[in-house]
Write a protein of this length. Structure first.
Length: 72
């Protein structure tokens, strides 16, 4: 247990720079709960590929500017 995730993200920063979008506003755009956005944002949950793309589209950014993968 306790293995750190290999995926990090820039969601919090992107929300701040996107007119201080709330987690709930992003969740509504993406079609998930605010709790899901919170868990993704804090690297406690890795989103499905579809949700990851939807988040990137919400910010009009390429997937790689929202999510980063680090191989261990």
């Amino acid at each position: 247990m306790g293995k750190s995730p290999n995926i990090s993200n820039q969601i919090r920063s992107l929300r701040f720079h996107h007119e201080e979008m709330t987690q709930q506003q992003l969740a509504d755009l993406v079609g998930v709960t605010r709790q899901t956005i919170n868990a993704i944002e804090h690297n406690k949950y890795s989103p499905s590929l579809e949700v990851a793309f939807k988040i990137a589209v919400a910010f009009n950014k390429p997937l790689t500017e929202v999510f980063q993968y680090e191989a261990h």
